[in-house]
Design a protein around this ligand. Structure first.
Ligand SMILES: Cc1cc2nc3c(=O)[nH]c(=O)nc-3n(C[C@H](O)[C@H](O)[C@H](O)COP(=O)(O)OP(=O)(O)OC[C@H]3O[C@@H](n4cnc5c(N)ncnc54)[C@H](O)[C@@H]3O)c2cc1C
Ligand code: SF4
Length: 440
């Protein structure tokens, strides 16, 4: 009897701890399963580009990959289901690749695309040239994401351009290299062109910083040190988006590099004398080489209505607090539109109206639909279905709702209707593009 009591005294706490651990693990797994089902219901199953694939036969369920992901815990991209690592939130994956490195048994490999949806990746040679003479590709457009990779590719693409210039046409040209995009790749290429004393023209449809400039206010950017031409190493590892953009702005003013913002690249052809003829929204320019550093996010889709060029119109929400006290109109029915509308309503906008072309919000995640529902009930947000904006004025917007014309008082318009991916642009230039269905 005494022996049994001793056993109980020793083992009961152990059993209790074990039971608590198992219960916590099962609860966590149920949450992961719910998150996965929610992503599936909303059709958010396809990662944008490079992402992990887990071999369930090798996975030992140690969770190292989950905690190694730099996006964790802000985004739960990998989670354990049935004790195996699973891609829970594929659309949030930005291809850091830290999970692959962290896996102790080599169960993860990084691939582009999935069996259901291919990802178009241009064929790029080791010197960043393409099959089109004089056309180079640097940064995420070539398939490899991350700021550090973009910086180093932008720098190296200039080496490729310099080698090309030795054999390129000697006919007159306005610049040696035309650089499109001022994200980290385009910035590094521009600095590289300066260091190499090349004549260059850099254009950017938005503003300096590329995708980083569109991150939400205060986003923590995880990066690794990288070498920028002219200015040397930048040593950030964890940095707020604003600090990184301020650093790049400082580099721009210290070095005097010129970046033509608000200018969009439209296409390129080769003139009869072998010089490239680059077409942009500001004219045509003859250049010996072209670097496309346009990333993979594409160009935001426009409504193409009068007034869309007004300053009050934007295509991403960066800081909802900026719109406090204003009358905001958000256009779109996807997650980014719903998230933008909710964020503005909660940041104290005077009114927020979500304008939806169809008659439901089924395309968005359930939690975003529910969030909108709550704010509608609290009268902090209204949704107009079957609605189309027909013109944007300084303080009014013309709209048709179910075919009937109307006008809304308005200070801010945020258009979240998706983007035009770069593949058609690449194909129109003649760049070879391959579609990857789950391969490296
Ligand atoms: C939500 C999110 C979080 C991320 N977090 C991180 C992180 O923490 N750490 C990290 O290392 N990476 C992160 N990334 C990835 C990183 O932002 C990109 O890999 C990197 O910005 C790629 O740089 P890039 O210069 O190749 O392209 P981009 O930064 O995309 O820049 C391309 C530029 O080209 C411009 N452009 C496109 N088309 C045209 C045109 N026709 N004419 C003129 N200009 C054009 C665009 O406006 C854009 O400014 C994140 C990405 C996302 C979406
Ligand atoms: S690190 Fe490897 S073994 Fe561990 S959970 Fe992730 S995939 Fe499985």
């Amino acid at each position: 009897m005494n022996g049994q009591i001793v056993y109980l005294l020793y083992f009961a706490p152990l059993l209790l701890v074990f039971a608590l651990v198992v219960r916590r693990r099962d609860r966590r797994e149920r949450e992961m399963l719910a998150a996965l089902n929610e992503a599936r219901e909303a059709g958010l199953t396809q990662p944008p580009s490079l992402h992990p694939v887990v071999d369930p036969l090798r996975c030992i369920g140690c969770s190292s990959c989950i905690h190694a992901c730099p996006e964790f815990p802000a985004h739960q991209i990998l989670g354990l289901i049935d004790r195996k690592a699973t891609l829970i939130s594929p659309t949030d994956c930005i291809g850091h690749g830290a999970c692959e490195k962290a896996c102790p048994v080599g169960a993860i490999k990084l691939v582009f695309g999935t069996a259901e949806r291919g990802v178009d990746i241009p064929r790029v040679n080791a010197d960043y040239s393409t099959n089109v003479p004089g056309v180079f590709i640097a940064g995420e457009l070539g398939g490899m994401g991350l700021i550090r990779n973009a910086v180093s590719q932008g720098r190296q693409a200039i080496d490729g351009v310099r080698a090309w210039l030795k054999t390129a046409s000697r006919a007159p040209a306005e610049v040696d290299v035309f650089i499109v995009g001022a994200g980290p790749a385009g910035l590094a290429a521009t600095l590289g062109a300066t260091a190499a004393k090349l004549r260059y023209r850099t254009i950017e449809q938005n503003s300096l910083g590329g995708t980083v400039a569109n991150f939400p206010r205060g986003k923590l950017v995880m990066t690794e040190p990288a070498e920028l031409p002219v200015v040397g190493a930048f040593r950030f590892s964890e940095v707020r988006k604003e600090t990184l953009i301020a650093f790049w702005e400082d580099v721009r003013s210290r070095t005097g590099i010129e970046i033509h913002t608000g200018e969009r690249f439209l296409g390129v052809t080769a003139d009869a004398d072998g010089i490239l003829n680059v077409s942009t929204t500001r004219g045509n320019f003859r250049s010996r080489a072209l670097i496309l550093a346009i990333g993979r996010r594409g160009t935001p889709r426009r409504l193409d209505v009068p007034g869309e060029e007004l300053d009050k119109v934007s295509y991403t929400l960066i800081d909802p607090a900026e719109h406090a006290g204003r009358r905001v109109l958000v256009i779109g029915a996807g997650d980014s539109a719903l998230e933008a509308a909710c964020a503005c309503a909660e940041a104290g906008a005077a009114t927020v109206t979500l304008v939806v072309r169809g008659d439901n919000l089924a395309r968005a995640r359930r939690r975003n639909q529910e969030h909108v529902g709550r704010l509608v009930d609290e009268r902090r947000l209204s949704v107009l279905y079957n609605a189309h904006i027909t013109a944007i004025g300084k303080d009014k917007v013309a709209i048709t709702i179910g075919g009937a014309r109307s006008a809304l008082d308005n200070d801010v318009v945020i258009i979240c209707v998706g983007g035009i991916l770069p593949t058609p642009l690449l194909e129109s230039i003649g760049v070879d593009v391959q579609t990857k269905y789950g391969t490296a």
